[in-house]
Design a protein around this ligand. Structure first.
Ligand code: FES
Ligand code: FES
Length: 188
């Protein structure tokens, strides 16, 4: 029964250890921002950050993330203010939005390690696909986020969407306790 930390919260997944992390996040932890695209590592829609690395969660079993720290799009920033998120909106780089969380997580992990990433660096490091054809705009947005991270450019925050993240969290609990429990409770 794998134990790991998801979005800074210790979680004990009551699932087989060979369950893909993607399904544990989506079905047990109700963290549906991480998307199921291809399920075989091709599209990047399921990208999360594990110990600082962008990793496709469909390719990783729970046993492989035992004791590790996983961050999903829900916890990248409390108020959607991460430079990659701001740049994606500012560049109009979101069409249907299905690929967006994966690109954002991949871009955020890349810029954390290489804030000066060039367009070529970004294209080489981020294998994600956008079937809508927004790929060039997405790469431009991540390049713009790189400038913002290095304070070469300021991206003016856009108006917040009409739903408060705290309210959304109330309506859709972040953890479904029928399948995933915080470690402390599971030990009682
Ligand atoms: S769903 Fe994981 S790479 Fe496509
Ligand atoms: S915006 Fe639709 S898949 Fe990328």
């Amino acid at each position: 029964m794998p134990r790991l930390t998801v979005n800074d919260r210790p979680v004990h997944f009551l699932m087989d250890s060979d369950t893909p992390l993607l399904w544990a996040l989506r079905d047990a932890a109700n963290l549906t921002g991480t998307k199921f695209g291809c399920g075989n590592g091709d599209c990047g829609a399921c990208m999360v950050i594990i110990d600082g690395e962008a990793i496709r969660s469909c390719l990783v079993d729970l046993s492989e993330v035992e004791g590790r720290f996983v961050t999903t799009i829900e916890a990248l920033s409390a108020d959607r203010s991460h430079p990659v998120q701001q740049a994606m909106v500012a560049e109009g780089a979101i069409q249907c939005g299905f690929c967006t969380p994966g690109f954002v997580m991949a871009g955020a992990a890349l810029l954390a390690k290489n804030p000066g990433a060039t367009r070529d660096d970004i294209a080489a490091a981020i294998p994600n696909l956008c079937p809508c054809g927004a790929g060039p705009r997405i790469l431009r947005a991540i390049e713009r986020a790189s400038r913002a991270v290095r304070r070469r450019e300021r991206i003016d925050p856009l108006p917040a969407p009409g739903i408060d993240p705290a309210e959304a969290a109330q309506d859709v609990p972040a953890i479904d306790f029928t399948l995933a429990t915080p470690s402390s409770e599971s030990e009682e």
